[in-house]
Design a protein around this ligand. Sequence first.
Ligand SMILES: [Zn+2]
Length: 358
Amino acid sequence: MIAGWEGHFRESPAASPIEAKTQALPDVLRIDVSSRVYLWPYGEIRRKHKGYPGDPVILQRGDQPFPELVIYDPSFLSHLNEAVPALTRHLYKPGTLPGRVAFGLGVAGCLAGVIYFLVPLFASWLAPILPPSVEERIGSILVDNIAPESALCQSPSLNQAVEKITDRLCASSQPAPRLSVVVVREKVINAMALPGNRIVIYTGLIQKTRTPEELAGVLAHEIEHVVNRHVMKSWLQQLSSRLILYALVGRLSGPITSLYQSTGSMMILHYSRDFEEEADVKGMHRLEASHIDPHGMVTFFETLQSDGDTPELLTYFLTHPSTRSRIRQLRDIADKTPGPFEKLLPDLDWTTIRTQCS
Ligand SMILES: [Zn+2]
C-alpha cells in the first residue's frame, strides 16, 4: 500500500461531491467515502479526459461516466504508475486505452486515426448544418432535466438584472443569436451553454460575483460557446468517437447506451482547450464591444482560483479550465483594452441583487 490522496467522489451528475480518501492497494484502488468503501480494479479504471496540465485527475469505472472520482494532486497518476506499473500503464500514458479497446485499436490503427482526426472534422462540418429543430429539441430535453420550472429563481429583480446584462452583450457589434438565459436556484458555482441557444446559470455562481461586470464576464464566455457552436460540435465529437469505439470492440448494444450516456454527460461537457481559448478571447472582445470593463472576467476567475477546491467549486473546475496561465492571458487582453467603459446597472445595489434566491 502506498500513500493516500484526497479528492471528491460523485455518485451521479446531480449528486453533490463528497470527500473521498484514496489508497493504492496491490490489485485495486481503495476509495473511502463517508462510511462506504469502493474497490476499483485497476484494469477497469478509465480517465474521463486528459484535461489541462495541473488539472485534477478525473476517473470512472468501466463505461459508466458515474460514479466519478476526482483527485486534485496532478502527480497522483505518476505515483500510482510507480507503485503498480503493470496495472496502471493505460491510465498514466495519455491517449492510451485499456484492455480490449486498446487491442482493437492496435489492430485497426488507421481507424484510430479516423477517431482522432476525421471525427472532429465531421463534427465541425455537421454541427452548423444540423437542423435548428433537432438542436432545439435536444436543448429542451436537457433544460427540462437540468433547469425545470420548479428549480428556477423567481426573483424578478435578479432575473431582470441577468436579462439586462445579456441584452447589452448581445446588442454589441458582435453577432449573437436570440438567447434564453435561465437562473437555477442552487448553490453550485457553474454556468453552461446548451443546444438551442440556451445558457443555464446557477445562483451559487451569481452570489460569488462582486460586480455585475464579473457576471458579464462569465456570460460573455458562455455566449461565445453558443455563437461558435461549441456545444453541438463537442457533443457530436464525443458521440461519434464512442460509436466507432463500440463498433471496433464489437459491442453491438453499445451505441444505444452510448447515446444515452453522451446525453447525460453533456451536463458536464468538457470542451477542448481550443474551444475554451476561443470562448475566452472572443468573450473579452464581446465585453469590449459592449463597453463593459473586461477586468470583471479576470477578477472573477481570480476569486475562484484563490478559493481553492471547495465542493461547490468542483463542478466549475470540471467543466472549465482554471490554470494560472489562462488568467494571465485574460489579464493581458483586459489591460490592453482601451475603454472607455460604461458601468453596468449603476442604479442597482449588486450586493443585494446577487443574493436573491439564496
Ligand atoms: Zn467554457
